[in-house]
Write a protein that binds this ligand. Structure first.
Ligand SMILES: [Zn+2]
Length: 178
């Protein structure tokens, strides 16, 4: 089943946004202008959510301070306010937060003032490999090794020291070259 014309147009505009590095606020401004002319593009939140679902991207959402000071992870996972700027973690009042947590309602009933989505490295690599021109670049060193020519030094990847590291099991590359 194909996608609706509205989704098709929204994705085309989203692609244009990415190609030209357009900010979120500029895209939102464009949406308002196109809406006046009868072109109703989905908002960025909807488009991103749609793509995450369609591409089956695993993402993890974490709460963070809305001022950008810190994330509520690891030893900070259960904090109720930012230790740096003292901004409360949740929109609900401290009393409601305490009641909810005491009832063991956990964090699902509470709405955080800030959050961010984390896409694990494995997912990022999968997406990069799904893009043909990026995948080709990512395979560059391996492809070069397959067409090795002892007579010619074509790239740093042909260097003797690189061959040494690449032939270790598992291969090891100096981080400064990756
Ligand atoms: Zn803060």
């Amino acid at each position: 089943m194909g996608i609706s014309e509205r989704w098709q147009q929204s994705l085309e505009y989203f692609r244009w946004k990415l190609d030209h590095n357009v900010s979120d606020s500029a895209f939102d401004s464009l949406r308002k202008m196109t809406a006046k002319q009868g072109l109703d593009i989905f908002d960025l939140r909807s488009i991103r959510s749609y793509l995450v679902d369609q591409l089956r991207i695993e993402r993890r959402r974490y709460d963070c301070c809305p001022m950008g000071c810190m994330a509520y992870i690891k030893e900070c996972a259960e904090m109720r306010e930012c230790p740096y700027c003292k901004t409360p973690r949740y929109h609900q009042s401290p009393d409601l937060v305490e009641v909810a947590l005491r009832r063991n309602a956990a964090f699902s009933e509470l709405t955080s003032r800030g959050h961010y989505d984390y896409i694990p490295l494995k997912e990022r690599l999968r997406l990069l490999y799904a893009t043909p021109h990026v995948a080709k670049k990512m395979r560059y060193a391996a492809d070069l090794r397959e067409t090795k020519n002892e007579e010619v030094l074509r790239d740093v990847w042909d260097a003797r020291v690189m061959n040494h590291w690449a032939n270790l099991s598992p291969p090891v590359y100096p981080l400064s070259l990756i």
